[in-house]
Structures are given as structure tokens and as C-alpha cells.
Ligand binder design. Structure first.
Ligand code: B12
Ligand SMILES: Nc1nc2c(ncn2[C@@H]2O[C@H](COP(=O)(O)OP(=O)(O)OP(=O)(O)O)[C@@H](O)[C@H]2O)c(=O)[nH]1
Ligand SMILES: [Mg+2]
Length: 371
């Protein structure tokens, strides 16, 4: 029998970062309008399988959306993959935006299709290192290891940069005593099965909230590998930061199981930094994953058609902790039956129907959750 710490695939999954002061956090950024995503996806897996926490921001990022992401995620470095021959414009712009958002010190590494004569130009502009097609996994991991920063500096002038660092320390178990604390006015939990559409719903809701002139903080949890302690943090990519800019503070964190030990600190520190509304997305949840309820004011349980029948509805566990239900993917077959079955057990709790990808039902959900 295989032990839970043994890899299930032939990729050599080894923690190559366990000796560092903290788990390296890397923002994998893809600027430009091209769709070459094979390289970044490969790098993301390599990093995750080496014990690195990788935040993948998705294609078509702008210098500003990447800079905001890097600051709020408090990454050790940005790994920029450039395939569209726009590196001489976009990368210097990224460095400028990093300075504008309060983190001129952040390490930027660039890789992809970069002509030799451009390497020096990029370095002069402030890029730390440049990597080419065929770069080995060892080189990539070593570039990340070298970028690991010291968390002791909490004195950034920019409030989001400061909050981001304080959250890094809190998640590592040592929140700075002097950081301001207050519980946000509204702390909402979203939970539900993996892939139910939690992040897409959060993205649609924050988009609508910002359109209304509000600011929202989000903390999104994803699983940490039991083998390497690495993680691929992929919730953030659903949000279009070109639209919401830094009216949304978004932080991705990796946990094992339902270990929300740092969450009470995180909630108070987010509130202390002036955010009134906090949405918390759990790791994709199973029937037994109910711990989030202890931390939030209201819990929305997201369910999708086609996952069971009325017997599942009566089982103890996750459906019991719902303050309201969201039937997402309402465009899928079986939606009406699911709503009927939920209404049978809802006991007055509201059942929302949404298609998160089209924004359908999102306004009603937002109004119910945020009032
Ligand atoms: C596969 C491919 C495609 C696929 C993309 C599939 C996908 N989903 O990614 C398809 C067929 C769709 C495609 C389309 C196009 N492509 Co194309 N494509 C390639 C090709 C052959 C390989 C790229 C690849 O996937 N390599 C494998 C990955 C794993 O390697 P990588 O991305 O280089 O990443 C490695 C390193 O660079 C490094 N790395 C990368 N980034 C970073 C970042 C950091 C920080 C670090 C440490 C390391 C690092 O690590 C990786 C692992 O070693 C290249 C040519 C080449 N040999 O590179 C052309 C190429 C990139 N394509 C090119 C072009 C022009 C196009 C098209 C515009 C062609 C056209 N006229 O239609 C379209 C654009 C389509 C679009 N929507 O954007 C040009 C780009 C020219 C330029 N930038 O100056 C290239 C160079 C071909 C050429 N010689 O002209 N393409
Ligand atoms: N058809 C359809 N697809 C949707 C809908 N909402 C989300 N999706 C898709 O479902 C997939 C998963 O969405 P996510 O928002 O990442 O789901 P999640 O619950 O956050 O996933 P985890 O964080 O991994 O648990 C994505 O491909 C979305 O585009 C919907 O209402 N209808
Ligand atoms: Mg998610």
C-alpha cells in the first residue's frame, strides 16, 4: 500500500525548499496578448512539485494587474513569461507599476522568447534575471530559491503592501503585535465542492461590488501538497484586476486539510487595515468540511447539479452549515431538480440560482450576502 506522502505520478515530486526561512511564493505572470501558455503551465507544475507556492494569474495580464497581484500576494518574485515580442515595452512598465503600487523592491525574473541583445536592456531596466527556451527545472527552482526575501520588514508605506506582509507573518504563525486589528463589518464564507464555481462567483460579486463603489477583501484557500508542501494557488485568476484594480485586496493561501489556525488573526488584520467586507473562499470542500462556519458571520454553500440525489440532501455535514445555498452552474441539466430537493431541506434558508460565468443571479446573491 502507498503511504500518503508518496507521489502518485512519475514526476519527481520532492520538497526542494524545506530548508528556506519560508515557503517561496511566486507570481507566474503572463503579459501580452498571445495565448502561449504551455511554458507557464509547465513551470507552475514544476514549482508546485518542488515545494513552491505558485500563484498563477492567467493570460493577458497588464503590468498594473501583475504589480497589484505581486504586492497583495506578498510574493518573493514575479516570474514573467514573455512570448509575444513585447517584453521591451511591458517589462519596464511592470517595474514602473511595482514602484507605483509600493513595492519597487520586488524581484522580477523574465523568461520565454527573448533575443540575446535584449537581455542586457532588460537587466539595465531592473530585471533580476532572464531565462530562455529549454531552461532546466534546476535553474528555475534555483532562481526562486535565490529570490526568497526576509519577512521582517513590515514598514512599507503602502497600506496594502503592509497588510500583505503582516498576513504572511500571521499565516506563518507570528503576526506582528503592533499591527492594527478589527473584525470587518461583514465576514462571509463561501464553501462547496472542488470546481463548483466558488472563485468565479467571488470574482463576479467583487466586480459588481466595485461597480457600486465598494471595496472588498478576499482570502482564498487552496490545498497544500502533502508530499512537497508546494501549492498551485489558482483562485485569483478568476478576478479581472484590470477592471477592479486595487479596490479588491485578494490574498491566496495554502493549507493542509481544514487547518484554519491562522484565520482568526487574518480576519482581524484585514479589518484592522480598513477593509469592511471580507469574503473567504474555502478549499474545495467535502461533506465533512464544516470548520469555516466557526470563523464567519454567514456561510454560503455552493452546490451544482448532477452531484447526487435526495439522499445526499439528508446527510449530516456541509449542507447543515449553510446560511444560504447557491445552486451554481444553473445552465447544467438537473438544476430544477436540485433546487426542488434543496428547498425541501432548506427550512427557510434562501436558495439562489446562479450562472457565475455569465453573471446571472450574482446581483441578487450579492445583495443577500452584503445587504
Ligand atoms: C507551441 C507554440 C505555439 C502553440 C501554443 C500552444 C500553447 N497553448 O502554448 C500555438 C500553435 C497555439 C502557437 C501559436 C502562435 N505562435 Co507560437 N510557438 C510555439 C513554439 C513552437 C513552442 C512554445 C512552447 O510551448 N515551448 C515549450 C515551453 C515549455 O517552453 P517555453 O514557453 O519557452 O518556456 C520555457 C522557457 O522559456 C522557460 N521560461 C519561460 N518563461 C519563463 C519565466 C521565468 C521567470 C523562468 C525562470 C523561465 C521561463 O521555462 C520553460 C521551460 O523550459 C514556439 C517556438 C519555440 N520553439 O519556442 C512558437 C513561438 C513562440 N510562436 C510564435 C508565434 C509568432 C505564434 C503565432 C503568432 C503564430 C501565428 N502567426 O499564428 C501564434 C499566436 C497564437 C496566440 N493566440 O497567441 C513565435 C513568437 C515570436 C516572438 N515572440 O518573437 C515563436 C517563437 C515561433 C517563431 N520562431 O516564430 N504557438
Ligand atoms: N457552465 C458553467 N461553468 C461554470 C460556472 N461557474 C463556474 N464555472 C466553471 O467551472 C470551473 C471551476 O470554477 P471555479 O470558480 O474555479 O471553481 P471553484 O469552486 O473555485 O474551484 P476550487 O477552488 O478548485 O474548488 C471553471 O472552468 C469555471 O469557468 C457556471 O455557472 N456555469
Ligand atoms: Mg476556487
Amino acid at each position: 500500500m502507498r503511504a500518503t506522502s508518496e507521489p502518485t505520478t512519475s514526476i519527481e515530486k520532492i520538497d526542494r525548499c524545506g530548508d528556506l526561512p519560508h515557503r517561496p511564493r511566486v507570481l507566474l505572470g503572463k503579459m501580452g496578448l498571445d495565448g502561449h501558455d504551455r511554458g507557464v503551465k509547465l513551470i507552475a507544475r514544476l514549482m508546485r512539485d518542488s515545494g513552491i507556492h505558485v500563484i498563477y494569474s492567467g493570460l493577458w495580464q497588464t503590468p498594473r494587474s501583475l504589480a497589484i497581484g505581486a504586492r497583495d500576494e506578498d510574493v518573493d518574485c514575479i516570474a514573467c513569461s514573455m512570448m509575444s515580442n513585447s517584453h521591451l515595452v511591458l517589462v519596464p512598465n511592470l517595474l514602473k507599476e511595482l514602484a507605483d503600487v509600493g513595492r519597487p523592491d520586488l524581484t522580477v525574473n523574465v523568461g520565454g522568447i527573448i533575443p540575446k541583445e535584449d537581455v542586457e536592456v532588460l537587466r539595465k531596466a531592473g530585471v533580476n534575471d532572464v531565462f530562455h527556451t529549454g531552461t532546466s527545472m534546476e535553474d528555475i527552482v534555483s532562481s526562486v530559491r535565490k529570490s526568497v526575501i526576509d519577512y521582517q520588514n513590515t514598514s512599507y508605506e503602502n497600506t496594502s503592501a503592509r497588510l500583505a506582509r503582516v498576513l504572511s507573518l500571521a499565516h506563518a504563525g507570528s503576526p506582528p503585535a503592533e499591527a492594527p486589528r478589527a473584525r470587518p463589518k461583514r465576514v462571509i464564507g463561501l464553501t462547496g465542492a472542488p470546481g463548483a464555481g466558488k472563485s468565479t462567483l467571488v470574482a463576479a460579486m467583487v466586480n459588481e461590488a466595485v461597480r457600486r463603489g465598494e471595496r472588498v477583501a478576499v482570502v482564498a484557500f487552496d490545498p497544500m501538497s502533502p508530499i512537497t508542501s508546494g501549492a498551485l494557488l489558482g483562485d485569483r485568476l478568476r478576478v479581472d484586476f484590470n477592471a477592479v484594480d486595487d479596490n479588491v485586496f485578494y490574498r491566496s493561501l495554502a493549507i493542509v486539510g481544514e487547518d484554519y489556525a491562522s484565520l482568526p488573526d487574518i480576519i482581524e488584520l484585514v479589518g484592522g487595515a480598513g477593509w469592511d467586507t471580507l469574503l473567504i473562499e474555502t478549499v474545495g470542500a467535502g461533506q465533512n468540511d464544516v470548520a469555516i462556519r466557526n470563523h464567519v458571520d454567514r456561510t454560503a454553500v455552493v452546490v451544482v447539479p448532477g452531484m447526487g440525489d435526495s439522499v445526499q440532501m439528508d446527510k449530516a455535514g456541509i449542507l447543515e452549515i449553510a446560511d444560504l445555498f447557491v445552486v451554481n452552474k444553473a445552465d447544467h441539466a438537473g438544476e430544477h431538480q436540485l433546487v426542488r430537493e434543496l428547498l425541501d431541506i432548506a427550512e427557510g434558508r434562501r436558495v439562489h440560482e446562479t450562472i457565475a460565468t455569465e453573471g446571472k443571479g450574482v446581483v441578487e446573491l450579492l445583495e443577500d450576502l452584503l445587504g
